[in-house]
Design a protein around this ligand. Structure first.
Ligand code: ATP
Ligand code: MG
Length: 225
């Protein structure tokens, strides 16, 4: 059995712009194991978010091969890609993007609803996840009734509701103060260890990066270590 949950081979990504093409990724190779926590670091503009979007099939590479959980992504149709994305990857962004009119519980359930599950099947798993991040008592609160740190914790468990094997987190604590960042980091670690989830985290936070199992440093379009 292949224990790598993510494999990228010779991934290139360029963006066409009015002023010419911007070449961001210039041959990325990586393999990430089940349960690993990997930090992606590098200066602003180096391509961390670009890489995460490709690994999470939110965007396609210009060329190169991506394998997620034994599925070769490049051979899939858009419909198949959407299904694979729904069932295997979860996202956490710097800003949580919770839906303001929904409760915390409904926000966590939403990716499950999109994947076609019934509300009844999702309520208990969503409650269980909220409990894991200390928000059991807040399930009926809307995002504007929660603190920034609490909102981000809702966003993290939302990324797990579909039993995603891989969670891609782009500056998950970038918008939080020190204490909230610490809480969030501890939770990421606990979730990854107890639920055997794989996390790929783009971050400027060196303390967060240091705690990862592995750090990938991006420079000039490549991983340099
Ligand atoms: N849609 C796009 N069109 C054109 N250029 C883009 C697009 N998206 C990103 N870029 C460019 O690609 C490069 C990499 O951007 P990216 O957002 O991946 O960097 P990053 O490492 O995540 O930076 P930060 O640390 O500031 O978040 C930048 O030069 C950016 O301007
Ligand atoms: Mg970024």
């Amino acid at each position: 059995m292949n224990e790598n949950v993510l494999e990228a081979r010779e991934i290139y990504k360029s963006y066409p712009t009015a002023d010419g093409q911007i070449d961001v990724l210039l041959g990325i190779n990586l393999a990430i194991k089940r349960g690993e926590i990997v930090a992606v670091v590098g200066p602003s503009g180096v391509g961390k978010s670009t890489l995460l979007h490709i690994l999470g099939i939110l965007d396609r590479p210009t060329r190169g091969q991506l394998r997620i959980d034994s599925t070769q992504v490049s051979s899939l149709s858009d419909d198949q890609l959407a299904k694979l994305r729904n069932s295997t990857v979860g996202f956490v962004f710097q800003f949580h993007y919770l839906l303001p009119e929904l409760s915390a519980l409904e926000n966590v359930m939403m990716p499950g609803m999109i994947a076609g599950k019934k509300a009844e099947e999702l309520i208990e798993p969503a409650r269980e996840l909220l409990g894991r991040v200390g928000l059991a008592e807040r399930e009926s609160h809307r995002p504007n009734q929660l603190s920034a740190g609490e909102q981000q914790r809702v966003a993290i468990v939302r990324a797990l509701i579909n039993n995603s094997k891989v969670v891609l987190a782009d500056e998950p604590s970038g918008n939080l103060d020190f204490t909230n960042s610490q809480t969030l980091h501890a939770l990421l670690w606990e979730l990854s260890r107890t639920l055997e989830k794989t996390f790929v985290i783009a971050t400027h936070n060196l303390e967060l990066a240091r705690k990862a199992d592995r750090v990938l440093e991006l420079r000039n379009g490549k991983i340099v270590n």
